[in-house]
Design a protein around this ligand. Structure first.
Ligand code: PRT
Ligand code: ZN
Length: 298
């Protein structure tokens, strides 16, 4: 009997993850780049409120960053990418599952440049303008300071110059906004970076997908922190070179056609890189090549 051949039924995912990221702002570009670096493709994001990945069961929602913790807490989105400052201020620090290493900044107290500031006691009874009353309130309470917090949602830096407050507490990155407004940073209240957050009631299948995502994100981050290094060294310097380049397990060493020389391949951390290469040269290494690593699986 002739059985009609049917195409293989397309397997529809019966589970999916919905990830909320910032629609437009400081986190948007890096969040999208991270998703792409995890090998996840999606259609154009412009002018859309959501999009779907084409090769991973993931839907991406574009929201204001302040709304992301609440949406994830309520399970409207399963995952989110948001700054720890917003997450902790919203009161949901426990949703964090992975630090992402971008959008690093700090929440700091600042006073007019000319004002004396011998200690945090200076703020006792003062008016402080901020968009982060919860984080700041806890910090002041921990330091035994009682102040009047004025919660404003933007342009916090101008509060002292218009007479609204004697101090401010706001996000600082380079410090140039404070400088431009005649303010001086006096206390770091909180350090922040972008994090991946997840709702607490994921299904087993969603939890499995989240683990796959985290695995990819960790590989991307590790790779960014590391460089692949290749060099030639005299055999007599090999012990020194191996000491400088421990690698993941140990460096790969192969003999060169020229007697008495070897080629060494290894991985170095970005922050140690200049220091190590100058030491490698000092022990006789030559032809040092440094290459970026795309993914690094532990
Ligand atoms: O529209 P939506 O509500 O989504 O965005 P938003 O305007 O509330 O947030 P956005 O895009 O400005 O920032 C998103 C997140 O980026 C913040 O929640 C932080 O986690 C992180 N981030 C990193 C920063 C900064 N760096 C930063 N420099 N957020 C804000 N700033 C501002 C700061 O408020 C101040 O006005 O930049 C100024 C200070 O910068 P410097 O470099 O002059 O010190
Ligand atoms: Zn916001």
């Amino acid at each position: 009997m002739l059985v009609p051949r049917r195409g293989r039924a397309r397997q529809l995912p019966h589970f999916m993850l919905r990830l909320a990221i910032q629609k437009s702002g400081r986190l948007s570009e890096d969040s999208l780049a991270l998703i792409r670096e995890c090998g996840i493709n999606f259609l154009s994001t412009s002018y859309k409120l959501k999009t779907e990945a084409t090769n991973f069961p993931l839907e991406i929602l574009f929201l204001r960053d302040d709304d992301i913790p609440g949406y994830v807490k309520d399970g409207v989105a399963d995952l989110g990418i948001v700054g720890q400052n917003v997450l902790v201020e919203a009161g949901y620090p426990n949703l964090e599952v992975e630090t992402l290493g971008f959008s690093k900044c700090r929440l700091s107290l600042a006073v007019p440049r000319a004002d004396a500031y011998p200690s945090i006691e200076t703020l006792q009874g003062k008016n402080i303008a901020t968009s982060y009353p919860n984080i700041l309130g806890r910090y002041l309470a921990d330091h035994g300071v009682q102040a009047n917090l004025h919660t404003i949602s933007g342009s916090v830096e101008i509060a002292p110059s218009i007479g609204l407050a004697e101090a401010i507490c706001d996000i600082v990155s380079s410090g140039s906004t404070l400088l431009g407004n005649g303010l001086r940073e006096v206390e770091t209240v909180f350090r922040s970076e972008a994090v991946l957050i997840a709702q607490p009631n994921l299904t087993a299948e969603q939890q499995d997908l989240l683990e796959q995502l985290q695995f990819r994100m960790q590989a991307v981050r590790r790779a960014k922190r590391s460089k692949y290094i290749l060099l030639n060294a005299p055999v007599s310097a090999l012990d020194e070179v191996r000491r400088l380049l421990p690698g993941i397990k140990s460096p790969t060493v192969t003999p060169l056609a020229e007697a008495g020389w070897v080629s060494v391949q290894s991985v170095v951390q970005e922050d140690e890189f200049w220091h190590i290469t100058s030491q490698l040269k000092a022990v006789g290494a030559e032809g040092i090549l440094v290459l970026p690593i795309e993914k690094m699986i532990a």
